[in-house]
Structures are given as C-alpha cells and as structure tokens.
Design a binder for this molecule. Structure first.
Ligand SMILES: [Zn+2]
Ligand SMILES: [Zn+2]
Ligand SMILES: [Zn+2]
Length: 433
C-alpha cells in the first residue's frame, strides 16, 4: 500500500485514519483517485484538500465508524466502492458484533484497495445479478444451532464473524496447523474463487489453468473430505504454497491468488518506504534489492519475485528480532512461482484500462539464492483433521522458509522521498471500538 499524507499539515496518516492526529482535519479515502485526502465541510457535503477533486460525501458506513471512504457527490451512491458490495451485515445490536464487523471492514477495505490498484473488474449484484461480488458477514446462531461456513459461491463471499475474534482465530489457526491466519488473508483467498470464475472459467482459460493447477473436474466435496481425513501429502511444499492448497485445484488457485495479493501489497508498502535490502554478510546479488517500483504494474512475475525474496528474508529476520513468528513463513518453490506467474498474467490481461499507470523506479535482480537463514521456525504441523466446511477459508498455512530468498541485485537510486514521522507524530490508527 502507498503512504498517505494530510494535505492540511503534511502529517503522515494511515489508510484507516478518520482524522489527522496532528491538525484534526477529517480524512477520507478517494478510491477513484487512490489517495487519502483531508476534507473540510462544504454545506452538506465535503470539499477535498487534495487538488482537482469533485464535491464529496462520506460512505454511509461512516456512521458506525466502519468506513472512511468517500463517494462523489454527483453520483447516486450511498455506499463507497467497497461497501456497496455488502449484502448482509451482522446485527449490530448484539454484543461484540460491531467491533468484529469493523475489523472485517478494515480488512475488506484493504482487499479492495488492491483489487482497484490491479484494475480488476468489480461489479456488485446490482450491476451483475448473476455473478456480482457480494459479502455476507454472518454470526453463528447458538439458539438455532446454525454455524456459518466461510466460503464463496458464485460471487457471494460469506465470512463467519467470529474470525474477527483474535482469540478464536488464533485457536483455529493453531488447531489447523496454520502458520498464518488473518482476516485479510481470508478475504484475499475467497475473492480468488470469484476471480477464478471470471478470469479463468468465463474467460476461456480453463485448459491453460488446468495445465498448471491440475484437473478441477475432480469432485470438490470428495476432495475436501479426503484432505481433512488424510492431510496433505508429505512433499506438498515442493509444489504448493500451503497444505490446504493440495485439497483441490480450486483451493490451490485461491491460495496462490491470495499470495499474489499479499506480495504486491507488501511490496508496494516496501517501495513507499524506499526500502533497500543490502545484507552486510553477503555479496550475493540475489539477496539484495532496492524496492522502488509499483508491483501492481510490474512487467513480469519474475520481477516481483526478485524483489520479494530478499524482502521476506529481511522481514522474517526483523520479526525474529522481536520474538515474533516469521512475517512470511512460506516457501516459493519453482512450481508455485509458475502458478503465481499464471495469476500475474490473467490479472494483467484482464485489467480495466487505467487512467495513469504508475511508474516508479525499478529494481534489478540477480540470480542466486542466498544461503538459507538458519533456524527457521519449526514447520507447522500440517493439519489433517479439521472440520471440513465447504470452503474453509483457510489462510494459507505456510512453511517456514528453509531457504532464504533468492533475490536480486540492487541498483543505485532510491528516492528517499518520504521522511518517517517522528515518534510523537505517528499516525493514529482508526479506532475500532
Ligand atoms: Zn493534518
Ligand atoms: Zn464504505
Ligand atoms: Zn477456498
């Protein structure tokens, strides 16, 4: 994600901020321009301090403090580009539902940031009743003994609200042997099923996809049952991004799709900070990178991977310094990179024409893999017996990097255009409670 600033005072602000922590201006996100703007009241509407913007309204979900996106006042839309895809939201009068739904919305808005940046086709159910993208945020009902299964069906993504409860989600993560489980990961995985329908099945690319991900005509329900009964094959790390990806080619696609989104978003953040990775211990160019390009418009998957590998090596090392688990506990094997390459290609081929493609620096790559960082965290148990929901949006269990990232070599010029906020002016995250 990009970095954002308050136009009134220059303070750095987070994507979720509702107000500038320094000058107090209200802030909102302009999805059609990809910027955060400070706003000032203008009658019943709002005027952006960012230049050349129309008059604006806040999305109606500003009311429950679940959205800070703006809508053009000349459009007849009550909800923003992200919220207009909501079909069902939870009963906000029930304890904790509001807090949990806000967390869901924070993650969902980040998902939409990336979908928009990739210029993917986005239609809601009003625009495409057959296969519009829609979300149901549902809670289990103990009285009716109904359990909500997280999953995707013909454009409709259902998310169980309890995933927003950190204790519950962490318990599920542990029980399922996953090294990574987040709300954002759930959204990125589920929307992968939606885009398989649109960019693969409906776009005449089934055979091409099957050549890479395998035969998806295999009975899906039976495949999941088998996966939950037997677990993943021992050698799954050789060709899958996660154990769950082995369950069925559709799940492999969704898992890999989620990783593509993880990677481009995180690389954009690294690029926004002008990150340079130059480990002192090696001259191996594969471990060096200057990350100064917009991964949403990278010309090839290889270019993305060449930056990603050194970055994950550095990020994992930073996390270990803080006693955290690896930030990216996954291995990108050759077959997985090939799958990511397919996803890169279908996204680029489907991109809706852009107004202004971002151009930024570049980074170079090199060749050899660095020596593996020692002591990867113990590989997560591959979790077999897990309850098998229809589509257990499992965010990819990952594997610990036993190999450090092969990466690339860095060039020279990194524009340090951004100066870090001083400690006392760190942007206040939008509150969720
Ligand atoms: Zn400000
Ligand atoms: Zn909204
Ligand atoms: Zn799935």
């Amino acid at each position: 994600m990009k970095l954002f600033k308050c136009q009134a005072c220059g303070q750095d602000v987070y994507f979720e901020n509702r107000f500038c922590g320094a000058c107090g201006h209200a802030l909102g996100y302009l999805p059609f321009s990809g910027i955060m703007t400070a706003v000032e009241p203008d009658g019943d509407l709002w005027r952006a301090l960012a230049p050349k913007q129309p008059k604006l309204r806040f999305c109606a979900n500003i009311e429950p403090d679940a959205c800070n996106w703006l809508v053009r006042a000349d459009q007849d839309e009550k909800y923003c580009a992200a919220c207009r895809h909501n079909r069902t939201i939870p009963d906000l009068s029930v304890d904790n539902n509001l807090e949990h739904w806000r967390k869901m919305e924070f993650a969902k808005h980040r998902l939409f940031y990336t979908l928009i940046a990739l210029r993917l086709p986005l239609k809601n159910v009003l625009e495409d009743p057959e296969h519009g993208l829609a979300f149901d945020f549902l809670a289990d009902d103990p009285e009716k003994k109904s359990i909500v299964l997280t999953g995707h069906d013909t454009g409709l993504i259902t998310i169980n609200l309890k995933e927003a409860d950190d204790a519950i989600r962490e318990k599920l993560r542990t029980e399922m042997g996953e090294p990574y489980r987040t709300l954002l990961g759930h959204f990125r995985h589920e929307v992968g099923h939606h885009f398989w329908d649109i960019l693969v099945r409906d776009a005449g690319r089934l055979e091409e996809c099957r050549a890479i991900f395998g035969d998806d005509t295999e009975d899906y329900g039976e495949a999941l049952k088998r996966h939950y009964a037997d677990g993943a094959p021992e050698d799954w790390r050789d060709s899958f991004i996660s154990a769950y990806a082995t369950a069925h080619p559709w799940e492999d696609f969704a898992e890999t799709w989620a990783h593509y989104l993880h990677i481009v978003d995180t690389l954009e953040t690294a690029s926004a900070f002008g990150l340079r990775i130059h480990p002192a211990t090696t001259k191996n160019k594969a471990l060096h990178a200057d990350i100064v390009f917009d991964p949403h418009h990278a010309p090839s998957m290889q270019r993305i991977i060449d930056a990603w590998l050194p970055l994950t090596f550095a990020m994992n090392s930073l996390n270990r310094s803080m006693g955290h688990a690896d930030l990216y506990p996954f291995i990108l094997s050759e077959p997985v990179m090939k799958k990511l390459g397919f996803i890169h290609d279908i996204i680029r081929d489907s991109a809706v024409p852009a107004k202004k493609p971002a151009k930024r620096g570049l980074f170079r790559r090199s060749s050899q893999p660095p020596a593996a960082p020692d002591g990867p965290l113990a590989p997560p148990p591959v979790g077999p017996d897990i309850p098998a929901p229809m589509d257990p949006v499992v965010d990819p269990p990952i594997d610990p990097p036993d190999q450090p990232p092969p990466v690339e070599s860095p060039p020279s010029d990194i524009p340090p255009e951004i100066s870090p906020p001083q400690p006392d002016e760190i942007p206040q995250p939008m509150h969720a409670g």
